[in-house]
Design a protein around this ligand. Sequence first.
Ligand code: GLC
Length: 527
Amino acid sequence: METWWKDAVIYQIYPRSFKDTTGNGIGDLKGIISKIDYIADLGVDAIWLSPIFTSPMKDMGYDVSNHRDIDPIFGNLKIFDQLIKKSHKNNIKVIIDQVLSHTSDKHPFFILSRSNKTNPKKDWYVWADAKSDGSPPNNWLSIFGGSAWEWDTSRKQYYLHNFLKSQPDLNFHNKMVQKWVQSTIKFWLEKGVDGFRLDTANYFFHDKKLRNNPALSNKKINSNPYYQQELKHSINQRENLIFMKALRKVTNKYKDIVMIGEIADPKVQAEYTSDNNKLHMAYSFELLRENFSKTLIQNTVLDFFKNSKNGWPCWSFSNHDVPRHVSRWSNSKIHEHNFAKLTCAILLSLKGTPCLYQGEELGQTQTEIEYDEIKDPPGKKFWPIDFGRDGCRTPMVWNKKEKNAGFSNYTPWLPIKKLQLKNAVEDQKNNKNSVLNFYKNFISFRKRHSAFKEKLNFIKHKDLLIFSRGNKVKIVCIFNLNKYQVEVDNRFGYLAKDFPYSNIKINKEKIIIKRYGFGFFKSSEIF
Ligand code: GLC
């Protein structure tokens, strides 16, 4: 079905931390294969694998040195074929991460490109002379700290990097680069993948004239000055959008492929997913933010569909770049089952494709990482204001009775701590009230009711998040995001037997919703 991805639930796997079968403390492809049954049982339709390609792992695989091979840490192409086969056998599609905007500095293209100014790859990266005073060509900054320009002693020029200096930016203005990217995409399509998550999808092109980015007028001084600039010239260039059309043409030659672009700005998301000729979906950042409120959710969803009449969003609350949402939003170090269930119910009821992050289905919390345990480069750079991203990347806890929680026979690359052990899969599997079983049941509830494929309308309420789904028969979804109890008139229809609810009481006149409570009501009324 051409638009399978609109009704899908995606499960993001961070392979380093999923399951290790080789005994080196790092997860691998065989580990994922061994857990396909678990993933299938959850009821998700697709997995997105964070990068598994050859890499020096300076940015944990987002620094690729060979885009067409698997890093030996994870396995090889043969094992990847087995993974595709087993996933497909279980009706699970496979989406791979493509890091195309930059490469590793250990990529043979960059090694050649930096060697002199006359080599065949001389224009494959963004090279520029120093200003007359020796300073970088412009004011662009790297997200990971400092200037976006690094001086190269052999070329005696600066090169551009939006992230680490070991992640040089490819020069997409060079047609050869564009061709190479398209053929890389083709390579994986031939291997049988079902789609791509395009890393930093709006960073591919830069302003050819290298103009300075203006300062933001309403800037907030925070730990990272990157956010004080309007990224007018360094990203979001018109050519980027045109290139997406070319990529779409490549994927259109194959059946049922999806391209999900990582794009932060809602207006840019709309542009990139409009008219069914560029990206299929935009992976939104809005719900990965720090504050949790009904207004955030309501405005984010309204904004997306207002800006984008025919585009499609991919929503998630957690991923490998931000603190896990149970800790980020509930502000409690203590495991909060009801909060995890509430957020599951919200995410899976929204219009758009939900993307779960491994461990989220366990209500997993953020791991507290000590300075000495940090592996993530921005964590070291911005400590102690920003701790980096390791705390959301610690290994899956499969079974707390087994060594290293059943993740690995060897010391894991990031620590597994006591608080996280409490949420082990094995303990949750047979507990019908567990977060894990709630996710499973909710995914199946969402699938059983076609209303979740139809319209979404918000219903105004001062304390509660309320919206209806469906065209004719509606399901009214009511959520209490507050820590206090809220009462509302009982006018939303009836609570059907198989509808999930939590912390909710109903009498003839009132619906009483306690802290983090929610319920779903069937109604034929027009709201
Ligand atoms: C994306 C990835 C992040 C990575 C960055 C650079 O934002 O999600 O993990 O560090 O791109 O590739």
